[in-house]
Design a protein around this ligand. Sequence first.
Ligand code: NI
Ligand code: MN
Length: 229
Amino acid sequence: MKLKFTWLGHSCFWMEIDGHSILFDPFLTGNPLAAVSANEVSPEIIFLSHAHGDHYGDTLQIAKRTGAKVVTNADMCGYLGKQGLENLHPGNTGGGWDHGIVHARFTQALHSSSFPDGTYGGNPNGFYLTTPSGLKIYFAGDTDLFSDMSLIGDRGVDVAFLPIGDNFTMGPAESLKAIHLLRPRYVVPMHYKTFGLIDQDGRAWGDQVSSLTNASPIVLDPGDSHEIP
Ligand code: NI
Ligand code: MN
């Protein structure tokens, strides 16, 4: 069993687990750093953390074309259903479900959530995933640091995906504190560099992670992949 993930830019990750593929927050069209176009990805499941355009992105188009199941909160499922999507799995903070490829639990995120047209998107989430072989993945979504990250850390985290862009989410300094609470083996930065308001130096952040935490940073360029055995 292995886990392979590819950064497609911003908070969009392509993840392969035991030959199956899942996609997070598919903001590709209009993303200046997008590594692929929306019609090049065919995931089995799309995990959508919240409704903001830089996460919701191409969800509708990809799900309609591929029939991928969209896992997101119940409020957003209501909206997506009205857009014609049928393969939806609604959840909410604290709830988990075994999707076969992964078990996914909705975590809290300190942020907001509305669709580009202004429709309310419910509370934003992160996801805590467990693969069939037991790898534990935390995808934080857009969030500030929160002390209950230590409870997520208590469950065990092999790989954490954390926003470091600042301005809309926690920044590099807070993410170091988050790493102390989460205690992941590996940590991957996201939600930075896409545009000026969230411009950060990923390599400099990685150096800080290496010297100040016990986690190994995995700093990718858009399009880069990494494999965890
Ligand atoms: Ni957001
Ligand atoms: Mn965002």
